[in-house]
Write a protein that binds this ligand. Structure first.
Ligand code: SF4
Ligand code: SF4
Length: 172
């Protein structure tokens, strides 16, 4: 999803895609976007990235460029700050559309490795970050109490309904 213009082939366009997104919670108003660019100009990530453009993500969704948008790594750059949603003159819930797209991308295994590892760690230990053994020992040596144990089993139970485990294990 770089800024460079990449030609679009008719065969890439799935006309049903926008309706699929519009049926999902948060995606309902995706068709209202008239490409004013406010979301991109106010997005804190777009300010520092040459490739991340929420306006483009919305347009690609409207055009049905399903594979392009779901396979794109830039989809995962969104910080979910909701600035775009607050400022869209058409009430498009841009941040929620991006969440919906990420969920679909994750279902097909298209998730950056770093997020897969984070999710795997949560499922395994209850923590997003695996704390190295060395650091745990260091706590002991300086007299700090052991860290509380994460309740991985309860997290796994809660998340089994959203198929996170399958998404993490799935290869893109
Ligand atoms: S601010 Fe809203 S209408 Fe404007 S480009 Fe973004 S999503 Fe579309
Ligand atoms: S929610 Fe995502 S797309 Fe919207 S302004 Fe924040 S970082 Fe940008």
């Amino acid at each position: 999803m770089a800024n460079s213009v990449k030609s679009i082939k008719a065969s890439e366009m799935d006309p049903k895609f926008k309706y699929e997104i519009a049926k999902m919670h948060g995606g309902e108003k995706v068709m209202r976007c008239f490409q004013c660019g406010t979301c991109t100009s106010d997005c804190p990530i777009a300010r520092f990235s040459d490739t991340y453009r929420p306006r483009q993500i919305i347009r690609m969704t409207q055009l049905g460029l399903k594979d392009r948008v779901l396979n794109s790594d830039t989809l995962w750059l969104c910080a979910s700050c909701f600035t775009c949603t607050d400022r869209c003159p058409q009430d498009v819930e841009v941040a929620s559309v991006i969440r919906v797209l990420r969920n679909l991308a994750a279902e097909r295994g298209c998730m950056p490795q770093v997020f897969k590892e984070e999710a795997a760690s949560i499922l395994e230990s209850g923590y997003a970050y695996r704390i190295p053994e060395l650091r745990l020992k260091k706590r002991e040596t300086v007299g700090l109490p052991p860290l509380p144990r994460g309740n991985a089993e309860s997290i796994r139970k809660s998340l089994c309904g959203v198929k996170l485990l399958e998404s993490v294990e799935k290869k893109a």
